[in-house]
Each structure stands twice: as structure tokens, then as C-alpha cells.
Design a protein around this ligand. Structure first.
Ligand code: CUA
Length: 180
């Protein structure tokens, strides 16, 4: 901030300095390169998910998730007895975010395709699938739907990556992928 007015009052009519034009050009070109890299990596680098988003009421989403869990729970685990749900391959599966858990635990079959629905019933949470590089912001009132085909058997962690309060660091869910 200047205390005194500039010597040239009509400063915006001054010719632009050469070096400044150079920097503006570099910044513009670089921003365009980065901009077009987004669709480029999506198409060529198989990065950035093709996800869909729909409006949904939190209680409707909770109902659907519970209906799936009621039908396909195969066992329970942990101190809280979280259901481990093994839904039929090829169908719609649900994972719900709330303070402070991902519910339920899902058990999927390797090389099968599922429609994974994600939503929150309270706050904004972040779905971060480890060790894969998949990150999705999960909002209440919206469901994110991604088509997934797990290609490696094992145990995956779902870590919340949006700060959601005092229990944020404990908000860890699980997805098992089993070989059939
Ligand atoms: Cu949920 Cu942080």
C-alpha cells in the first residue's frame, strides 16, 4: 500500500514493462498447460475418477445402507461389532460417513464391478482409500457414485481426510477385497 499517490496519476495508461509482459505470458501459458492437463490425465493417464453425484436425503441414504447391511452381513468385527457386509457382485453398494466412522465394513470380490455409493449423514467427510490414490469429498445431501473394479485382493483402509471434529483421526473404515 502506498501512502502517497503515484507520480503518474493515470498509471494504467503507461506502457507495460517488457519484463512484466514476459512474466504475464509465462504465467498464462503455464496456467493453460495445467488446465489442459486435467482432461489429458483423465483420458490418457487414467487419473481423476469419473464419478457421479446425485441429491439424496441423509435418512434415505442411511436406510439404503442399512437395508444392504441387514441382508448381506457375514460377520462382525471390532469392539463396536461393526458389520462386515459382503454384497452380491455387480450391484449397488453403500458406505456411509458419520461422526466418526465409515459404516459398514465392505467385503468385495476381486475383479467384480460394483457401484459404490458414498454419502454423509452429518458433516463433510473425506473418503481417502489407502493404499490406492482415491480421494472423494463426501457431503451430506449428496451421494457420490463411483464404479469400482478392485483388481487386487487385500485389506484397504478408508481414512477421513476432511477435518470433522474431535474424533476425526479415529474415523477409519475398511474394505476387504477377497479372491473368489
Ligand atoms: Cu470425518 Cu474427518
Amino acid at each position: 500500500m502506498a501512502i502517497f499517490p503515484p507520480a503518474q496519476r493515470i498509471w494504467w495508461k503507461e506502457p507495460i514493462e517488457r519484463s512484466e509482459i514476459l512474466w504475464i505470458t509465462i504465467a498464462l501459458v503455464w496456467s493453460l498447460i495445467l488446465f489442459f492437463m486435467m482432461p489429458y490425465w483423465h483420458l490418457v493417464g487414467e487419473q481423476n475418477l469419473s464419478n457421479e453425484a446425485y441429491r439424496i436425503k441423509p435418512d434415505v441414504f442411511a436406510e439404503r445402507t442399512e437395508a444392504m447391511a441387514d441382508k448381506y452381513t457375514v460377520r462382525e468385527e471390532g469392539d463396536t461389532g461393526t458389520p462386515v457386509v459382503h454384497p452380491p457382485a455387480g450391484g449397488d453398494i453403500y458406505m456411509l460417513a458419520r461422526l466418526w466412522e465409515w459404516w459398514p465394513v465392505l467385503e468385495l470380490e476381486k475383479d467384480q464391478t460394483y457401484r459404490l455409493h458414498l454419502s454423509s449423514v452429518d458433516w463433510v467427510h473425506g473418503f481417502s482409500l489407502l493404499p490406492e490414490n482415491i480421494n472423494i469429498q463426501v457431503h451430506p445431501e449428496y451421494e457420490m457414485v463411483i464404479t469400482v473394479t478392485p483388481n487386487r485382493a487385500g485389506e484397504y483402509s478408508v481414512v477421513c481426510n476432511e477435518f470433522c471434529g474431535i474424533g476425526h483421526h479415529t474415523m477409519v473404515g475398511k474394505i476387504y477385497v477377497v479372491d473368489k
